[in-house]
Design a protein around this ligand. Structure first.
Ligand SMILES: [Zn+2]
Ligand SMILES: [Zn+2]
Length: 357
């Protein structure tokens, strides 16, 4: 059996893995690159035709941006994903197979089955453990244990002949250290009552950071969210399947709906425009010179977040919704995984793009 890296290792986004055995072939994730070039995975037309299934870990475009391309190139098999992932996708493939969250195990064919669990990265994000032709493969997807908001089905004691594990951050500390740095940076930017703006994606870390700020600052700072993020809060905040029990006990009123315009002293504003791609987002920053701006995720090649960071107008503190290199090592040690391919790391690329196992 072989695994072919079609993107996502030593790359910016473009996560895509092709697996082929004697009888079966499948693809896990089909992302485009986040360097502004929207590069597609390195799959040949033969591989696309041969693949029987496409497994999607979650909705982010570095995992889904090329689904439409694969379908246009003639991929006809089922596309497996959670219902939340389906809800969040712009392009919804006609042949989607929704994973049933009440029974996280599915036999696709005799001798070919899959298990999955929540990764804690965003709503609907899953890891896959795939059993085929007497081998098993683990794909962590974008993985984060102990998130402040999302639940994760932590992977322990699992055996996989081949494992592809998130190792997005090249650092040797852990999530809690990073969360502390985000809280400290936010605090220092709000000195003297300055308001704080946090550009975030629609789906993902915004709600997790909101919870951290609520826990850290209590009611000292009002927490406002762009309508789309606030709707996510109403949609997910009291659903035990997605969030920790403690979260479901918090009143919805700990966060407020924001009109994306009004800025008042001491308040924290979550803006759903992570890369500051919209002119209105940039104008808001220019109109409020005292407001702190804190970037907390990858600064991509598209959008203008990069310019604000480079001129010093925006500060950066990484919010952990992936694994650090240390945590990838931790996960390896907690499981039986003789062959691990770290992915999602810009700088680390294995010597070969094909693994036989
Ligand atoms: Zn992601
Ligand atoms: Zn990703």
């Amino acid at each position: 059996m072989q695994l072919f890296i079609a993107g996502g290792c030593g790359d910016e986004g473009r996560n895509c893995f092709y697996v082929e055995g004697d009888r079966h072939a499948f693809i896990v994730d089909a992302g485009t690159s986040t360097d502004g070039l929207d590069r597609i995975p390195d799959l040949t037309p033969e591989q696309i035709h041969k693949a029987e299934y496409l497994f999607i870990t979650h909705s982010h475009r570095d995992h889904t941006g090329a689904i439409e391309y694969l379908v246009k190139q003639g991929f006809e098999g089922p596309v497996l994903m959670s219902n939340q992932t389906y809800r969040q996708l712009h392009y919804k493939p006609w042949n989607t197979m929704i994973l049933d969250s009440t029974a996280p195990e599915l036999e696709l064919e005799p001798g070919f089955r899959v298990k999955w669990g929540r990764t804690g990265h965003c709503a609907g994000a899953v890891w896959f453990h795939i059993f085929v032709e007497g081998r098993s493969l683990f794909f962590s997807g974008d993985y984060r244990e102990n998130d402040t908001f999302y639940r994760c089905d932590a992977v322990r004691g699992l055996h996989a002949d081949m494992a592809v594990i998130d190792a997005a951050y090249s650092r040797m500390d852990r999530g809690r250290d990073l969360r502390r740095q985000v809280a400290d940076t936010a605090s220092s930017l709000m000195k003297d009552g300055a308001p704080l703006l946090l550009p975030v994606p629609h789906y993902g870390r915004g709600l997790s950071m909101g919870i951290l700020f609520h826990e850290t600052f209590g009611r000292d700072h009002g927490i406002y969210m762009s309508p789309k993020l606030y709707d996510e809060w109403l949609h997910l905040g009291h659903r035990k399947y997605f969030v920790h029990d403690e979260i479901t006990e918090l009143p919805f009123s700990i966060f407020q709906r924001w009109d994306n315009e009004t800025i008042e002293k001491e308040n924290i504003y979550f803006l759903t425009d992570a890369q500051l791609s919209r002119a209105s987002s940039r104008q808001l920053i220019l109109d409020h010179p005292d407001m702190g701006v804190l970037l907390t995720g990858s600064i991509h090649g598209y959008g203008k977040a990069r310019c604000f960071f480079q001129t010093g107008r925006a500060k950066f503190a990484l919010w952990p919704n992936h694994l650090t290199w240390q945590e990838m090592e931790d996960l390896k040690a907690e499981n039986d995984m003789p062959l691990v391919v770290p992915f999602h790391n810009k700088k680390v690329k294995p010597e070969n793009d094909t693994f036989i196992f």
